[in-house]
Design a protein around this ligand. Structure first.
Ligand SMILES: Nc1nc2c(c(=O)[nH]1)N[C@H]1C(S)=C(S)[C@@H](COP(=O)(O)OP(=O)(O)OC[C@H]3O[C@@H](n4cnc5c(N)ncnc54)[C@H](O)[C@@H]3O)O[C@H]1N2
Ligand code: MOO
Length: 412
């Protein structure tokens, strides 16, 4: 892997130059549909059937030839002959003749000869006669056979992450198993002499409970189903970190290190990644705020990311850089974060020289508009993550954003 190494990189540079270097996992496995949520499809899913497969009424009423209802109204009903009743689930072979009407339930098959259905509310039955009090157009109140899905149609594309809302179509088409990509295995290592396990009684007020690594494991597992494991906590010790990271590189597809990514004397992450193998660190520092001391490297072809220790910076950096890397690894076609839309900011947001900003915001709905209240606080403030609904993205090189302007919103 020959790549140009950068000290600082913009988000665009990272997305255009470095993320494409992430190699997707090509191993596949076959799984049952009920286990498929969050897996990424490894093949186009092609329908072998038409759906609904028959001309289907979508109301309770009378199947008719629309031509016979022309001009029908309350005052001037069309009189049709009652022909027969269609039962739900029954395949009708009888044809409807002109000037006839057949009863069909919602979901029932519309007989040949009929091209529309009149809702029962607009009809009256008198023995063998059906009064139609509303005209219908051809195709009204029914689904044509194959209107929903056509045989041979791609219903889900290769590279799609399966969502619960896709399951109806899979079950409807009788698809039992899917070919998907294997999930990336991600090792998470936390660093720092001050860091302690979350559930111990702290001995000094200056000790900090490890929230980053454990929270990230839960996030990656629950939102994407990645096989994430918090492997270890390592003190600020080069030899110890090197040993742990080497083990991780042997056993996992990607490695994440929390903390030690800045430029202080104890910030050894970049130095250690450099020594682990080639090409090593490809950039150290992203032009974003928060999340600046992000490190991105590869050892052979395995991505290794150092994320800043501050929990908010860690979360933003994981959102903007780590998660796209893992989504790309899993073969997902659309792996970059996508804005939900634009929201109106409630307060002025000052700019930070040269850095794209991901400002945490709380959303409110006011006078028919989504408004974003910026939560200004340091990236060391964790309560921020509880209050925020997501981020607004302020591009680099703008002189801040004024209250009332619209900016892109990303859901957290
Ligand atoms: N002279 C400079 N100092 C700093 C710079 C700079 O450019 N020049 N950048 C600042 C920025 S921006 C950030 S963000 C931080 C991040 O630095 P590190 O990645 O080296 O993080 P640490 O120093 O290890 O930790 C920062 C902070 O976060 C706490 N922490 C660390 N790990 C965890 C964890 N697993 N769970 C919860 N909290 C954690 C740690 O105790 C520190 O309080 O650097 C600035 N400095
Ligand atoms: O980049 Mo740091 O993450 O500004 O707080």
């Amino acid at each position: 892997m020959r790549i140009e190494k950068l000290k600082f990189a913009t988000v665009e540079e990272i997305y255009q130059n470095y993320l494409p270097l992430v190699k997707p996992i090509t191993d596949t496995l076959e799984i049952f549909v009920e286990q498929s949520v969050n897996f990424v499809l490894a093949q186009d899913l092609i329908s072998e059937e038409d759906l609904p497969g028959f001309k289907k009424s979508i109301v309770d009423g009378y199947a008719v030839n629309s031509h016979d209802t022309k001009g029908a109204s309350m005052n001037n009903p069309a009189l049709l002959e009652f022909a027969f009743e269609v039962k739900i689930g029954e395949e009708v072979v009888q044809k409807l003749k002109p000037a006839q009407a057949a009863w069909v339930p919602t979901g029932g098959m519309v007989p040949e000869g009929a091209d529309a259905v009149v809702m029962v509310e607009h009809t009256q039955r008198f023995g063998n006669l059906v009064e139609i009090m509303k005209s219908v157009a051809p195709g009204e109140n029914l689904l044509k056979a194959n209107e929903d899905v056509k045989k041979g149609q791609v219903v889900l594309r290769k590279g799609t992450r399966i969502q619960p809302k896709y399951l109806n179509i899979l079950y409807s088409l009788g698809i039992e198993k899917l070919l998907v990509y294997r999930k990336p295995k991600v090792a998470i290592v936390s660093t720092g002499d001050e860091i302690v396990e979350p559930f111990v009684k702290v001995k000094k007020v200056t000790q900090v409970r490890d929230s980053n690594s454990y929270a990230l494991v839960c996030w990656l597992k629950n939102q994407f189903g990645f096989e994430a494991k918090r492997v270890a906590h390592v003190r600020d010790d080069e030899a110890e970190l090197t040993k742990v990271l080497n083990q991780c590189l042997n056993e996992y597809d990607a490695v994440v290190i929390s903390g030690g990514s800045s430029i202080g004397v104890r910030d050894i992450t970049a130095k250690v990644i450099e020594k682990l193998g080639k090409p090593g660190v490809v950039y150290h520092g992203a032009m974003i705020q928060p999340g600046k001391p992000t490190i991105f490297g590869f050892v052979d072809e395995k991505p290794i990311l150092g994320l800043p220790g501050n929990p908010v910076s860690f979360t933003v950096s994981a959102y903007v850089f780590l998660i796209p890397v893992l989504r790309k690894m899993e073969g997902e076609e659309e792996y970059l974060p996508k804005p939900c839309g634009k929201v109106k900011v409630k307060k002025n947001i000052p700019s930070v020289q040269g850095r794209e900003q991901f400002i945490r915001v709380k959303l409110t709905f006011e006078e028919g508009e989504l408004m974003a209240e910026p939560l200004f606080s340091e990236s060391a403030s964790i309560t921020n993550l509880v209050q925020a609904d997501g981020f607004v993205r302020i591009p680099r090189g703008v002189e801040g954003v004024y209250a009332g302007e619209y900016v892109e919103f990303y859901k957290l």
